[in-house]
Design a protein around this ligand. Structure first.
Ligand code: ADP
Ligand code: MG
Length: 768
């Protein structure tokens, strides 16, 4: 884990409260004004011989009675900053922590450092009255050194009075970002903490700790907790061992295929895939399993026992990949997670940072890949529609930041760290974990246009957003612009010759270089910085790279749709496809069977895409069962082998994804329901399929060798004579096209479904 301990000057300046002091851990203890030997305590209680990062300084500050603010990335070792002082100081420390579920865990951990269980307790609504009495009696007797409470516990009047009579060593507020609505995990109850703590004991020191604090969140914490001239310790947020990459999510199938391929190429490496909704977790996990990857889904809809079980399996490595909604990961400490994939865009950069932060906690490789599409952004926005207006505004801005992160062509690290108030020298990115944008990209000189942007922002009196400024620059006559009469500004339309993409890229990069700031508290208005005036006075070279274009990357197929994932990937080789069709025709004739009984059209498509040259490989094509491959496959793979050889074809992709269509629960469901003679409409409805999709599924089932007794359904649709006529046709037909069948049998006036189901019956009876 990268626990760099450099002071972040920018952040400190913005926070502007108290001083910052945090240099590399000194080898000799600094002069301290407290009597404790903390190195000895570290060894005695925790068994560690060295402090990590800023722990030592933070502990010294707290022990000296000063309010202390610790910002340290996840896994940095924040708990020790209050646990150690609590164990050695007189009295009991009160620790506020938002997650009741994790409190027991934390208490158990602390108990592990002591001989006596009563050294740590928690007090929250999950305890019975009797249990609460026991805890309180230990507190009165002074046996307890750490008391974990939920914020609600503090606000209860009876507790307030009780705590006021206790000897308190200090207050700790863990996950302090919960106090800010700009944090990703806002808890309104945190807002009353200061009041409660002052009521209990205004004298003792307070320590606040958090892992995610943008400058805005930092100042909220300082203000709302009323920290008194605190010492602030900020560790760098840079995670040197993580590699960041954003990929366009163009088609669902292709994206899933990429993911399966990535995981298959990383056997045995643990990873998390984050998705937006429960259904997608299940769907993806199922596909991974079909591809022999040990994967499970995890989401809040599963009962607690199953969730605990799955989490446990993941921790114990019985499961390689967990496909989860954001319900997963809070407080989990698995050091060797090698990749985190975002299948959907997260709703804020904080979330992204937290979630990707779970990779590589042991300091070794960690890959973070995000699949990005505009459509997912709309989905996120849609999810907020029922929230109160103020929350929606905050949410929209957080999403907006994530979008510009995704689309930017600037070093990912630079943007992430800028977001957390840190400067980053782009040249260092490639030397550490790297990111997809730190490959050389074309840069454009934008000096003059920077001046133009600054002039526009100035003439808009720093009272408008990026979008508005872009509209003015481009001379777009929006109703708002008309209302403010900004179309009469001399600068209106000054940047007509560039598109909005260009201006957005430029302004984003000006923000990153502190040539402008966005005031998030004021709806993201663009404001000047000292750098802005300086630049206007003396413009200098300003090179930019244009944002990545994702416009065409809209996921065109709806991921909610239940379409089976099949026929994934590159287009078929048409020449080969025709040759295969011809061969099928020939072989079918020899055997006196209609061609489609040998292989379905989409099996041939797959062959012409993946070039299988052995029977084993052939089985990987859709609709090709083991039996079918053995029975009919030989001439086909021989033809393909020859073709590959003669045309010097490098197989495009040795990797072949098994679509869930071969094994999915849908299939099993269909087979079982047909056995029970359930009407097809009912089956389709229960699986949320259209009838034609159901029939397609059935055809793949029988094509790969499973019999389906559809007689009961067919008898409802066609009488005996009709059935016979259709079967006769299939016996002699030379094409598998149902359109042709419909024409040839025009007199019967058959529906597509009728012909289709008969063909399935035919395949089922004669096909294998
Ligand atoms: P955070 O709350 O900052 O996410 P934790 O307090 O849970 O992190 O600590 C993360 C891990 O680091 C824990 O496993 C903890 O035991 C370990 N740790 C903390 N301090 C030290 C130290 N000084 N030396 C070695 N390991 C430490
Ligand atoms: Mg913690």
């Amino acid at each position: 884990m990268a626990t760099n301990t450099t002071t972040k000057k920018t952040a400190a300046k913005k926070v502007n409260t108290g001083k910052t002091s945090s240099k590399k851990s000194p080898s000799v203890a600094e002069a301290t004004n407290h009597p404790y030997n903390i190195h000895k305590s570290l060894l005695d209680h925790f068994g560690f011989d060295k402090f990590k990062g800023t722990q030592e300084q933070a502990i010294n500050s707290l022990l000296s009675g000063k309010d202390t603010f610790v910002i340290m990335p996840t896994g940095g070792g924040k708990s020790l900053c209050y646990q150690l002082p609590a164990l050695i100081m007189e009295g009991c420390a009160i620790i506020v922590s938002p997650l009741i579920a994790l409190m027991k865990n934390q208490v158990d951990l602390v108990r592990g450092y002591s001989e006596k269980d009563h050294v740590a307790h928690f007090l929250n609504s999950s305890l019975t009255k009797a249990q609460q009495r026991d805890v309180k009696s230990d507190l009165i007797e002074g046996k307890t050194k750490l008391l974990y409470v939920a914020p609600e516990t503090l606000t209860k009047q009876e507790n307030l009075e009780f705590f006021s009579d206790l000897k308190i060593s200090f207050f700790a507020v863990d996950e302090a970002h919960c106090i800010s609505e700009w944090g990703h995990d806002f808890r309104p109850e945190y807002r009353r903490l200061k009041e409660m703590m002052s009521a209990i004991n205004p004298e003792v020191a307070m320590i606040a700790l958090t892992a995610t604090a943008t400058p805005k969140v930092q100042s909220d914490i300082l203000k709302n907790l009323g920290l008194r001239n605190p010492t602030i310790f900020i560790s760098s947020f840079n995670r040197e061992n993580l590699y960041y990459e954003i990929q366009p999510k163009i088609k669902k199938d292709q994206t899933i295929k990429n993911i399966v391929r990535f995981i298959s190429q990383n056997p045995g490496k643990s990873g998390i895939i984050y998705t937006l909704n429960r259904k997608t977790t299940e769907e993806l996990a199922e596909i991974l399993v079909a591809n022999k990857i040990k994967a499970v889904a995890y989401h809040a809809g599963l009962d607690a026992k199953l969730r605990a079980e799955r989490q446990d399996k993941f921790l114990k490595e019985d499961t390689q990949v967990i496909v989860a909604t954001i319900a997963f990961g809070m407080g989990i400490d698995k050091p060797d997670i090698r990749f985190v994939i975002h299948y959907n865009i997260p709703k804020s950069i904080e979330n992204y940072y937290q979630e990707t932060g779970r990779a590589g906690r042991d300091g070794l490789e960690g890959k973070c890949i995000l699949y990005y599409s505009h459509k997912d952004v709309s989905k996120l926005e849609h999810l907020m529609r029922d929230k109160p207006l103020s929350e929606r505004e905050v949410g929209a801005q957080l999403i907006n930041e994530t979008v510009s992160f995704a689309e930017s062509s600037v070093c990912r690290r630079k943007i992430l760290l800028h977001y957390f108030g840190e400067d980053w020298d782009t040249n260092k990115c490639a030397a550490t974990g790297g990111c997809d944008n730190c490959n050389p990209t074309a840069q454009i000189e934008a000096k003059e246009n920077v001046v133009n942007v600054l002039k526009v922002v100035k003439s808009l009196e720093q009272r408008f957003t990026i979008d508005y400024a872009v509209n003015v620059i481009m001379g777009r006559l929006t109703p708002q612009i008309q209302m403010y009469r900004h179309n009469s500004l001399p600068l209106f339309g000054i940047g007509k010759n560039e598109d909005a993409h260009y201006w957005n890229s430029l302004i984003r990069q000006m923000l990153l270089s502190n040539l402008l700031v966005k005031d998030i508290e004021e709806y993201g208005l663009l404001k000047f910085t000292p750098g802005s005036d300086l630049f206007l006075k003396k413009p200098t070279s300003f090179l930019i790279t244009l944002n990545n274009k994702f416009e065409d990357a809209n996921a065109e197929d709806d991921e909610e749709a239940d379409a089976p994932v099949a026929n994934v990937g590159a287009a078929a080789d048409e020449k080969l496809f025709d040759m295969l069709k011809e061969l099928r025709q020939k072989e079918a004739k020899k055997k006196g069977l209609p061609p489609f009984v040998l292989f379905l059209e989409n099996s041939l498509q797959d062959m012409a895409t993946m070039y299988p040259t052995t029977l084993k490989e052939l089985e990987k094509c859709q609709g090709v069962s083991v039996g079918k491959a053995i029975k009919y496959g030989k001439p086909f793979v021989e033809l393909i082998a020859k073709y590959v050889e003669e045309n010097d074809i490098e197989k495009p992709d040795d990797f072949v994804m098994k679509s869930v269509a071969n094994k999915s629960s849908n299939k099993i469901f269909i087979i079982q329901n047909v056995d029970k003679k359930i009407p097809l409409e009912t089956i389709a409805k229960n699986k949320d399929l259209r009838i034609d999709a159901l029939l397609e599924e059935m055809e793949t089932i029988v094509a790969s060798g499973t019999k389906l007794n559809l007689g009961y359904a067919i008898d409802d649709m066609l009488d005996e004579d009709e059935q016979e006529e259709i079967i006769d046709y299939f016996r002699s037909c030379e094409t598998s096209s149902l359109d042709v069948a419909q024409e040839e049998l025009a007199d019967g006036g058959y529906e597509w479904e009728q012909l289709k189901i008969m063909r399935i019956k035919f395949l089922s009876e004669y096909g294998n």
